[in-house]
Design a protein around this ligand. Structure first.
Ligand code: GLN
Length: 237
């Protein structure tokens, strides 16, 4: 039995669990040899069972603080840094998994949050330091500037030419720190530079996937979760 966990401290974990369950239902009808079980993860005991972990979108500051205050952070850090595990971070999950996090505001259409001191807020995120990238939080601006874009992911997910990718106060990967390990999977054009591109999906080694957008919000569309299960979880068993 292979357990896939979804970190359930905060954020959009229910939607990830739903998409994963839909995958399992689909596999029941088809080909998969491996029995897969999906669990929500809040404790070291639950984490210990898992072969894979999804860190959902939400609020990376809150997620990091909850993990620190509950004493869960060291377990999480050890787990994600174990290369035999498959890991996927979406949006806040990408921020939390990164090596370096840059603060709010600015960038392409971004505006600083006025109610908080952006610098001190982003300093509160204690990144898990797994993915060798520098991310910028809220790179597309505020909640109201959220958008869904139909993306062609067929260069890494066969035939997936029309996936609805939702960006909600999304980060971007501004710099790949270790280009031997981190490969860009998808970029959006950078509106503030004619030549530049914004990296919004990447993979590190064979076991770590990060996306700035929310594939779990594509209701009844399991193509991205199927990709994670087949290419990251099952290939690393
Ligand atoms: N902007 C959020 C953060 O900094 C992430 C938003 C999301 O996960 N949708 O944590």
């Amino acid at each position: 039995m292979t357990y896939i966990g979804v970190l359930a401290l905060q954020g959009a974990f229910i939607e990830h669990i739903e998409r994963l369950q839909e995958c399992i239902k689909e596999y029941d009808n088809y080909d998969l040899d491996e029995d897969i079980n999906i669990i929500s993860v809040r404790t070291p005991e639950e984490l210990e069972k898992c072969k894979a972990l999804i860190i959902p979108g939400g609020e990376s500051t809150s997620m990091s603080l909850i993990a620190q205050r509950t004493g869960f952070l060291p377990f999480l850090r050890d787990f994600v840094n174990d290369s035999s595990k498959a890991i996927w971070g979406t949006c806040a999950g990408l921020i939390f998994l990164s090596e370096t996090v840059q603060g709010d505001g600015g960038g392409s259409g971004g505006s600083p949050l006025t109610a908080f001191d952006p610098t001190s807020r982003s300093n509160l995120v204690e990144p898990l330091n797994l993915v060798k990238v520098r991310v910028k939080r809220n790179a597309f601006g505020r909640q109201a500037q959220s958008f869904t874009k139909i993306c062609d992911f067929s260069s890494f997910i066969p035939n997936c030419t029309d996936f609805p990718a939702t960006f909600i106060r999304a980060p971007v990967i501004e710099e790949i720190i270790d280009a031997d390990r981190v490969k860009t999977l998808y970029t959006l054009p950078n509106p503030s530079s004619a030549t530049g591109e914004l990296i919004v999906a990447a993979k590190q080694d064979d076991n770590v996937l990060v996306t700035a957008f929310h594939p779990e919000l594509a209701e009844n569309d399991i193509r991205f979760h199927d990709y994670f299960i087949r290419e990251y979880v099952l290939k690393n068993l």
